[in-house]
Design a protein. Structure first.
Length: 190
């Protein structure tokens, strides 16, 4: 609950500068690694969600995000690469953004408010004296997402029950199609 409150306060605080760091060259091999990790997480998770929705419906698909998404992310995180999902409003506290991620999400919210579309952002930062690549790719709410992240008044009873059981402090509902829901975040330590 505290990470969600911190993000809400951060997002409400107003303009947030671009996180400090050095730009990333488009041909940087580390950027290519980050993009592969982000694409793999997105592809695997979306594929699993589609299969579960087709065979078990939305209530069963919640288990994919609950159990399988963290396992997929852990499997793809190795060799100095960490990939994960973060949310603007979180369902699972593990997906709460850190300060860097919250700053980028806030910038994207500003971009959207100004009529723009958020784009992937990448920057080299120094964390504890270690050069670190941070890459974030926006997750926009699609129609597929609405059965579990949309208006709770429209959820199937099984979805409401499953969310209440797995996520009693769920904050990741009320989204509309096309709204920023979060990001795939990749960190590469070199």
């Amino acid at each position: 609950m505290l990470p969600a409150l911190l993000l809400a306060a951060f997002l409400a605080a107003g303009p947030v500068p671009y996180p400090a760091g050095a730009p990333v060259a488009p041909d940087d091999p580390a950027l290519a690694r980050a993009d592969r990790a982000a694409a793999a997480l997105t592809s695997e998770l979306f594929g699993r969600l589609q299969r579960e929705l087709a065979t078990g419906g939305p209530a069963k698909a919640i288990a994919v995000c609950s159990r399988e998404a963290p396992a997929i992310a852990a499997h793809l995180s190795h060799g100095g690469v960490t990939v994960r999902r973060v949310g603007t409003r979180v369902r699972n506290p593990v997906n709460a953004p850190d300060a860097f991620e919250a700053a980028v999400l806030a910038r994207w919210q500003e971009t959207i408010a100004g009529g723009g579309t958020p784009q992937e952002e990448a920057v080299w930062v120094t964390v504890g004296g270690i050069r670190t690549l941070r890459v974030m790719r926006p997750i926009m709410t699609g129609s597929l997402c609405l059965s579990c992240h949309g208006d709770p008044g429209h959820f199937a009873p099984g979805v409401r029950a499953e969310l209440a059981k797995r996520y009693p402090d769920d904050r990741a509902t009320g989204y509309r199609e096309g709204e920023l829901r979060g990001a795939v975040s990749v960190t590469i330590v070199q």
